[in-house]
Design a protein around this ligand. Structure first.
Ligand SMILES: [Cu+2]
Length: 159
């Protein structure tokens, strides 16, 4: 009886953690031990201080991003097409208000693009495992105007 209860409890924890990971970009679904490498960099007003990242397929990376700017930013991983689609959506939702995009970004990523938002002065973390069958991905801040001003970079997935 005890074992059954324990298994149930563990199952519930796993499910909850997984859901959190999908929605908030939380790393709760990956334990620290699974992380191969931590990559730290800065986001500022209209730039990331790393213009490209070399990551091996299958590698689990923890991004630690410090926002040293005066605006909120986001960090989203996806291919060029997905980034563009996301950008359009953010633009439509913002209705032209630059600041309004921030909160909406969180709920509208749809779950399949790893994403975090980083408030000014904050550090945000995102744990991500690089896919095996993709050549190049982009990372970007898709808050209206930011990508266009330079907030993007390439992720080179080296086999
Ligand atoms: Cu930004």
């Amino acid at each position: 009886m005890r074992k059954t209860l324990l298994a149930l409890a563990l199952g519930m924890i796993t499910t909850t953690a997984f859901a959190a990971g999908e929605h908030g970009g939380s790393h709760a679904d990956v334990s620290e031990a699974d992380i191969d490498r931590t990559i730290s960099f800065e986001a500022g007003d209209m730039w990331f201080d790393s213009e490209s990242l070399d990551i091996s397929p299958g590698e689990t990376v923890k991004f630690e991003i410090v926002n040293t700017g005066n605006l909120g930013h986001e960090f989203v991983i996806g291919d060029a097409e997905a980034q563009e689609a996301h950008r359009k959506m953010m633009q439509e939702m913002s209705g032209g208000h630059d600041d309004g995009g921030h909160d909406m970004a969180e709920g509208e990523h749809g779950g399949n693009m790893p994403a975090i938002t980083i408030a000014k002065g904050e550090t945000a973390e995102l744990v991500w495992t690089a896919p095996e069958n993709v050549d190049d991905l982009e990372y970007a801040c898709n808050i209206p105007g930011h990508y266009e001003a330079g907030m993007s970079g390439n992720i080179d997935l080296q086999g």
